[in-house]
Design a protein. Structure first.
Length: 98
């Protein structure tokens, strides 16, 4: 049962997202909650500004994480191609296209 849960969790999470980005996503989720729970208009506006700032950071971080991941996988594919290791190369291509 434990193995099944771990496999499901791994399938649901993106491999290329870093821990820093996950932390930013959690912060953004909390900021959104605070924005909707604010009763005073000025506080709600301040929370909205904070939320937009965190949203931009999350998007930027995700974009950089994905770029870094693709570059590392492509480097791995190039090394496999240079070694004529077709099995590894096929696995890397499958990883990129999945």
């Amino acid at each position: 049962m434990q193995k099944l849960l771990l496999a499901a969790e791994e399938a649901l999470t993106e491999r290329w997202i870093s821990d820093r980005t996950w932390n930013l996503i959690d912060d953004r989720k909390e900021a959104k909650k605070r924005k909707y729970q604010a009763y005073i208009r000025a506080k709600a506006q301040a929370e909205a500004v904070n939320y937009r700032k965190l949203d931009k950071e999350v998007k930027k971080s995700c974009k950089q994480d994905k770029k870094d991941w693709i570059e590392s996988v492509c480097t791995e594919a190039q090394e496999a191609a240079n070694r004529n290791d077709i099995r590894s190369l096929r696995g890397v291509v499958r990883q990129l296209t999945a």
